[in-house]
Ligand binder design. Sequence first.
Ligand SMILES: CC(=O)[C@@H](O)[C@H](O)COP(=O)(O)O
Ligand SMILES: NCC(=O)COP(=O)(O)O
Length: 247
Amino acid sequence: MTTSNRILLGVNIDHVATLRQARGTRYPDPVKAALDAEEAGADGITVHLREDRRHIQDRDVLVLSEVLQTRMNFEMGVTEEMMQFAERIRPAHICLVPETRQELTTEGGLDVTGQEARIKAAVERLSRLGSEVSLFIDADERQIEASRRVGAPAIELHTGRYADAQTPAEVAEELQRVADGVAFGLAQGLIVNAGHGLHYHNVEPVAAIKGINELNIGHALVAHALFVGFKGAVSEMKQLILAASNR
Ligand SMILES: CC(=O)[C@@H](O)[C@H](O)COP(=O)(O)O
Ligand SMILES: NCC(=O)COP(=O)(O)O
């Protein structure tokens, strides 16, 4: 008997907004990108409303919350401002991420072990909205155990170190770290997602890891969309992921 390992694709549209914000124009519209992504097979739409509003804006999230056909995965820092925003829009999924204004991108996972009481309170508060709360963490057993202890039903493993690895040995080591994290997370009874820095040339080995529920991918999709359109970019990625996950 073959078991299906169908991985979901969450399309992150943050960097459509990055291009818009670079000029303060009305285009390109991340809402249009989200609807195109859904038509091309996205299983969900991810947005990160950063404290500094460098890309996605409040209005984008509000409009998306009314027009998405699939579901929103709302990435947010653990701040009172964001908690109140989430309470307003009640997204299906919420992913708590670490955030600093100076970083170029999300550079590491959330330190759950170092602030368990704070994260537990946030998970409890957000879960009351009916949202599935996940924690964006490194593939580290201590962080995974702490995620279970604070009551999060899901985690998203940060694949940035895998994506940044240079030599074949480093790539293999980081891939193994992600695979071990997936197995450990599943053993803890968690839903395990993964993402960050994944692109058309590095996604397949991750998609081949058994047990991952969803991959969240953004930057590479937006970049490829410049050449093939957003629907084409999403569709190509979806095909790659499905093929790799069924090997
Ligand atoms: C948490 C995460 O990985 C995404 O939000 C992604 O990082 C979006 O891009 P930026 O980090 O560049 O905002
Ligand atoms: N949580 C990761 C994500 O949403 C997408 O990250 P990236 O593909 O833009 O690096």
